[in-house]
Structures are given as structure tokens and as C-alpha cells.
Write a protein that binds this ligand. Structure first.
Ligand code: FRU
Length: 515
């Protein structure tokens, strides 16, 4: 917590220009907005450059794929917020993964069909030139296929659905969902997320010659729960909370390695390792994001051969607040994944996001001790790049969305003693509905390596990239219209700001994608 009492005030940074509004980047919406759209478009908590559906509920990104000049992104959609309705596959496309165009729903539950209670998560692939979706129908959880036309605008479910109607005989799994398919040699292989009570998660591997008949091969990979689970916290056993069920497995080659992502216990866990004889062996293990607000991540290879990852940015506010807002969730900014020289996973924001940059402000070479306001930088829609040498400070970093009286503020810092990047949202909002918390991401700086933060602020969404190896996603819901300020700080010692570049970000539509 940063207060006047804790810090020596310095207004060393001269106020120059206040950033002007960024304007908007992408094509006009052809439709006129109704009252709900107008309300959502004016909601300061609603992001203006993250992708999200026109209204209502979004969770997992599904089946990102590049096809005929467009990146297609599908997503789990419900037409109500709480209580949640059955899941549909929403659909949008983009030429640059920055500007988006909504398309008609790709998949809807079929009454009486194997997906009558919902079309849950899955993947997209091109099968001998035909766009194809694989997804989980519920209930019970079964695997289904659908094929699309060349535009990917109309989808036809396979008459043989479900193509896998039950988990492998003799395996008592905790769940059976979120399939992915790829071609290998003369077969198609499919992964399905699963797990075993009391033992941990599993990715099951299937093989097929024709996509219609699938043989269970073996587990691609299994591992025990990542965290000890306190079963006394809830009366009912929750397999995902216990780490006994892996949701949304995502398996792909990256550089000389293979990477497996699984979502469980509130986090997306990554394993980097090798794949041979249709089995995966993990060498290193990590987290895609230090926060539980980035979940169910899914990646694809784009037309330039880059591996790009999306996640579901969850809400942190109460169900009632989400209902009255009329929308919930967002899709994260696209992250480019690569393998660094140490064999670790590298995560960087998609370079094309720079197209959103508007007015720019730079501060360089400032010694930071205590609190150093940066009055020339303000906003709720910013990209901030900060390079800082933590020096002797116990903790140093940046404060954003700060009200002049400091009653609302969000801290992003480096804690040198614990070697964590910290995103503290406990004081981000005066609203009782906003569940503020502190999120931590491990970051061991090499000797002489400065802290390099890229911070994206977009309404209630905060995404932090630290030194390309740790990310933190947060939700903040400031209540005050003047909670726009920025300051630097260093606690118990001196840090040196090498540079800070702040860009006002443009919107990706005139009405925040509500039409
Ligand atoms: C992950 C998840 C998936 C499931 C989908 C349902 O968030 O629980 O396992 O397919 O959401 O919407």
C-alpha cells in the first residue's frame, strides 16, 4: 500500500502534455446501436482494444486458426451472464489479430443431439482442405465434429456425432473434454483433457484414419496435482480445483521442443519437453500467467509461422456486478510464444499491437526513491513500457489508475527480496463488488539485467509482461473518473528508471465491438 505517510513526495517530473484521446483504428460498424449497445459502449470498465463479444458471457478461446487471409477465433459464449446458459461457439475474424469482425455463431446446441446441453471447448483444423471443428458435446461429455464452408461462416455437424461417445473402457476419468486434432504420418491424432481422482491430470491420446472412428492409444502425459488441495474448503469434490482434471490441453511443437499447456487449479501450466513415440516427456514446468484471471489458453500457428496464444480474461467482480454490467469476460491480447536460449518459454505481446499506439510520452533517466508522480501520463487505455534498474530498493515499480487522493491505485512492481513481479489490485477500486488481490509472478533477474515491464491498461483489464518470461493478468474496476494517474515508486532504497514510454491506445471499434 502506497500512502503519503510511507513515501517522500517528489514531483520531479515536469508536467508537459496530457495525452489526447487516441481515436479509433478499425473499420466503421455498419449497424446502429440500440440502448443496450449504447450503455455497453459507454461503460468505462469495458475494454476498448481487447476482443470480446457484442454482449453477455465469454469464456475460453476456441479453435484459433489461420485460413484464407484471416485469423478466425471462436469462443465459448452464453447469452446470459449469471445463471449461465448452454454454451455456443461465438466466432470472429481478423486480418491482423488487432481489428475484429463479428461473424454468426458457429455452433449452437442441437435439441436432442449429443450437444443438446452445450457445445464446449475444442479446436479447429483443416482436414484435406475442409475447415473442421472438434468440440465436446454435453451431457455426458462426448467428442463431436463439424465441417465448415470455405468462408467458415456456416458449419454442419457430422452425422456420426458423437465420434467418441465415452471415455476409454476401464478408465474412471474425472472428465473427458476439450479435444484437439492434428495429422501425423498417415493418421489423425486427437488429445482429450481428463484426469483421475486423487492422482492428477491426464491428456488422453487417440488415433484415427478417417476422423469417424477413433482408437484410444495411451495417455500422452499425466502429472500429479500442481498444488496441494484443501478438500475441507468445499463440501463437494471439485476435480479441477483438486488438480485431478486437466481442461483445454494444447500441444504443439515450438523451436526444437514440444510444449504442453493444461488448465487446472485456476492456472494455465506449461510443460516444455520432447515428443517421441507419441509420448511427451516434460523437461521444464512453468505458468503461463501468475494470476488465476488468465485461463483456458489456446494457441495456433499463424501464416508467418509464429505460435500465438490467447486466454480467457476472467472477471474478479461479483456475479451481481457482472449481471448488471451486461457482459463478462474478455479474450486476452495475443501473445507470441518462443523458446529462449535457456530452453524456457518466452512470451511477448504481438508486435502488430503497436498499430494501436497513439500519442506518445517518454521519461528517461530518473532516480526513484519514494513516490515520483508522472503527471504527464494519464489514462485508462495505455501501453506503458518501463525499463528500470531496481538498484538498492526492496521494491520498485509503477502505480497506475491512481486517483489524486490515492484512494484508488494499482501497483505493478518488482520485489527484489522474493524475486517476484507483483500486481497488487487490492486498492484498485472503492467498490465492494471488486475482488482485488495481489498476484505474483516469479522473475529471477540475471546480474545487470533491468526490470522490463510492458503494461497494457484497457478499462478493467490489466496485462503485464515482465522480461518476456512472466505475465500477470488482472482486473481492476476503479469507481472514480479521475483514477487515471501514473507514478513511479521505490521502497527502502533507490531505483533508476532508465526509460518509460507511454502510448495512448486507440480503440478497435467505434462502439467497443457491441455491434
Ligand atoms: C474451461 C472449461 C472447459 C469447458 C468449457 C465450458 O474453462 O471448463 O473445460 O469445455 O470451459 O465452457
Amino acid at each position: 500500500m502506497i500512502t503519503r505517510r510511507c513515501f517522500l513526495f517528489r514531483s520531479a517530473l515536469a508536467a508537459t502534455t496530457v495525452l489526447s484521446r487516441g481515436g479509433h483504428l478499425c473499420g466503421e460498424s455498419g449497424q446502429s446501436a440500440g440502448p443496450v449497445q449504447k450503455r455497453l459502449a459507454a461503460d468505462p470498465q469495458r475494454p476498448q482494444y481487447h476482443f470480446l463479444p457484442k454482449a453477455n458471457w465469454v469464456n475460453d478461446p476456441n479453435g484459433p486458426i489461420f485460413w484464407k487471409g484471416y485469423c478466425h477465433l471462436f469462443y465459448q459464449y452464453s447469452s446470459t451472464v449469471f445463471p449461465q446458459g448452454p454454451k455456443y461457439w461465438g466466432h470472429a475474424r481478423s486480418k491482423d489479430m488487432v481489428c475484429w469482425e463479428h461473424l454468426p455463431m458457429a455452433l449452437s446446441p442441437t435439441p436432442g443431439g449429443p450437444d443438446k446441453d452445450g457445445c464446449w471447448s475444442g479446436s479447429a483444423f483443416i482436414n484435406e482442405g475442409v475447415p473442421t471443428l472438434v468440440y465436446t458435446g454435453v451431457f455426458p461429455q462426448v467428442q463431436c465434429l463439424a465441417t465448415g464452408d470455405d468462408d467458415m461462416t456456416t458449419w454442419k455437424k457430422a452425422s456420426g456425432n458423437p465420434v467418441v461417445g465415452s471415455p476409454p473402457a476401464g478408465l474412471a476419468v474425472t472428465g473427458f473434454r476439450d479435444p484437439s486434432i492434428w495429422r501425423e504420418d498417415d493418421s489423425c491424432l486427437m488429445t482429450v483433457g481428463a484426469g483421475f481422482q486423487g492422482q492428477g491430470g491426464a491428456v488422453l491420446l487417440y488415433g484415427s484414419k478417417d476422423l469417424g472412428h477413433w482408437d484410444y492409444l495411451h495417455p500422452l502425459f499425466t502429472a500429479p496435482p500442481f498444488e496441494r488441495h484443501d478438500s475441507t474448503l468445499s463440501v463437494r469434490y471439485d476435480s479441477v480445483g483438486a488438480g485431478d482434471m486437466w481442461e483445454c490441453p494444447d500441444f504443439f511443437p515450438l523451436g526444437q521442443k514440444h510444449v504442453l499447456l493444461v488448465s487446472t487449479q485456476g492456472r494455465v501450466h506449461n510443460f516444455v519437453g520432447t515428443y517421441s513415440d507419441r509420448k511427451f516427456q516434460a523437461e521444464t514446468q512453468g505458468l503461463i500467467d501468475g494470476s488465476a484471471l488468465h485461463y483456458a489458453a489456446k494457441s495456433f500457428e499463424d501464416h508467418q509461422g509464429r505460435r500465438i496464444l490467447w486466454g480467457w480474461v476472467r472477471e474478479a467482480r461479483s456475479d451481481a456486478a457482472q449481471n448488471s454490467a451486461g457482459w463478462s469476460g474478455a479474450i486476452s491480447l495475443p501473445r507470441v510464444l518462443s523458446i529462449d536460449s535457456q530452453g524456457g518459454l518466452r512470451m511477448d505481446p504481438l508486435p502488430e499491437l503497436a498499430r494501436l499506439r497513439g500519442a506518445h510520452n517518454r521519461i528517461a533517466n530518473v532516480e526513484v526513491s519514494g513516490l515520483v508522480p508522472a503527471p504527464q501520463i494519464r489514462g485508462r487505455s495505455l501501453e506503458i513500457q518501463l525499463v528500470m534498474d531496481p538498484g538498492s530498493a526492496k521494491e520498485a515499480g509503477i502505480i497506475v489508475r491512481r486517483s489524486p487522493d490515492e484512494l484508488e491505485e494499482t501497483l505493478i512492481s518488482y520485489d527484489a527480496a522474493t524475486q517476484y513481479v507483483v500486481l497488487a489490485t487490492g486498492r484498485s477500486s472503492l467498490s465492494r463488488d471488486a475482488g482485488g488481490r495481489t498476484y505474483l509472478g516469479a522473475l529471477k533477474l540475471n546480474p545487470g539485467e533491468p526490470l522490463r515491464l510492458t503494461v497494457f491498461l484497457d478499462g478493467s483489464v490489466v496485462e503485464v509482461f515482465a522480461n518476456s518470461r512472466t505475465c500477470l493478468t488482472g482486473r481492476i474496476y476503479p469507481t472514480r473518473s479521475d483514477s487515471l494517474g501514473v507514478a513511479l515508486f521505490a521502497r527502502e532504497g533507490r531505483a533508476r528508471l532508465k526509460s518509460l514510454d507511454a502510448y495512448e491506445m486507440k480503440t478497435i471499434s467505434r462502439d467497443r465491438l457491441t455491434t
